[in-house]
Design a binder for this molecule. Sequence first.
Ligand code: HEM
Length: 583
Amino acid sequence: MSKQPRYPTSSLPHAGTVPNKLQTGGCITVQVGIVRFLISCYLHYTPIPTERVLPRIFILYRRSSVCSVRRSSLMDLLKSVLILSISIFSLRLLVNRHRRGLHLPPGPKGLPIVGNFVEARAVANSNEPPWVTFSKWSHLYGDIFTFQVFGSRTVVLNSYKAIMDLLERRAHNYSDRPSSPMLNELVRWKWLFSLMRYSDWWRLHRRTFHQSFRSRIVPEYYEIQKQRTSLLIQRLVTSPKDFFGHVRAHSGEIILEIVYGYRTQDKIDPYIKLVDVAMEGLNAPGVHGTFMVDFFPILKHVPAWFPGAGFKTKAEVWARNTDRVLDLPWALAKKLMDEGRAVPCFCTRNLEKLPPSGDNSVMDEVIKNCAAIALIAAGETTVSAILSFILAMVLNPQVQTRAQKELDELTGFTRLPEFADRKNLPYIDAVLSETLRWNPVVPLALPHRAVNDDIYEGYLIPKGSTIVPNAWAVLRDESLYGPDTQNFNPDRFLKQDGKSLPPNPELLAFGFGRRVCPGRYLAINSLWLTMTYLLTSYTIAKELDSEGKEIDPVVNYNTPGITSHPHPFPCRFIPRSSAPSFN
Ligand code: HEM
């Protein structure tokens, strides 16, 4: 007796019997479904992902049974899959010739299935920073090149034109972010809107954040920035050797007060420490491809005790720090508000806007997330830019003298500079631009993602590709910025007869399109003020060894992670006698 299918018998034309016609129809449904899926993979240039194909086949197979078909044997099914795969492969070869010469951008040749896994691992494990390696690859493959690892495609942009054409002018297609199961789910950074997909949830965060950090609002923070920068100058008198720590504290203090209304303690502040610890869990997995789970999301379900699942243990430790940096400063701000001791800040201003009655849980979460991202995003970035400026002054005393002269002439050496002075200090502005250019803080910006297929300069950029803008390579491009771009030379940004100015490094250092850094106005103000206060108060010089000889600092920016900052270097802060800061 034939076996009855497991579906409601009422849907059968003749319960208990299975007509041959429908059986054939079901098989065709399966096959048509598979063909359609494989063709769609082809059309979107997606390498056929086995982890998606197999479940898909089984879903189709089950659906076919609704057509009252007796299930064909598994062998039959596999046979048809094989035949169809071979046909689709031939079809692919055939249609390839007719695709109007559309190709993917060039790139290193990969192996079947794994693609450029070997090259990607080499980049991730190399002593050379990835932006330098990518810049070298661009000499081999061109300004736009691509590589692919286990079906996940990356397109690297190495020219100003390509970056602007795609990420700025076609921002509607390139404002998404690639998803990273390691960062978003395992290390629980999903509340960080810099990592969120291009969605309404991201838009709500971005809008809330932007309202408090746009160019017209940031002057409200001048006072906090001035007070904290004066404190930095004082601290350098007492312990100049600890300048890395002081610069770190300075950036942390500014953002903690702006966002949570919290004034840090004098010693190493626990909240600043919290951010530093949490950053480890952002920097290490932040470089796409470091963890296999980003290529095979299914691995996130592997238990931590399983051999080779060490990433789960690491992720759990990092995730606890992620939770702490989100929750603890927020709890403090809420406590200060409840006790009536809160000073006006990002949190109070936004929470007060909420209606007193009703469910505010969504906006509560958004405000909490935005406050914490400010803390995370402002920390390392501003610190790195200020340290680069200090290093540049140690290495280029002639630049420092000229900048001090410009400042002293304007202020008469009787007062500290004011933000209103900025328009009258063109050389200081050139030094600031050169600081952002010389060693950009986020050399590869953050990765973007193509929402749809796109064609650029005859190349196909498939939907879902990760787009990496190599800002470092562009900022070192001699055709844009003149000769010796490895050297610090602010003159590049001064008007010269008949010559047009190179692109403002702010256009590259702070990212692109709809994802451009929303904290850039605050960051530029902090950097400008710190530079001018330091130049007014100190001469920054090379450290001396025990014999009184100058020590040349080593310029090393090879730091793992998304941001790049100089390795510790020695220097001296020589107070300028009778500087207004010390009176
Ligand atoms: C010198 C200092 C800074 C530099 C160089 C910098 C650079 C960047 C870059 C390159 C991006 C990625 C843009 C893209 O995807 O194309 C970014 C994103 C972001 N930055 Fe900054 N940043 C700095 C300071 C700050 C500060 C002070 C804040 C907060 C007050 C901040 C908040 C953010 C946020 C929230 C994002 C995510 C934007 C999004 O995905 O929509 N940044 N920043």
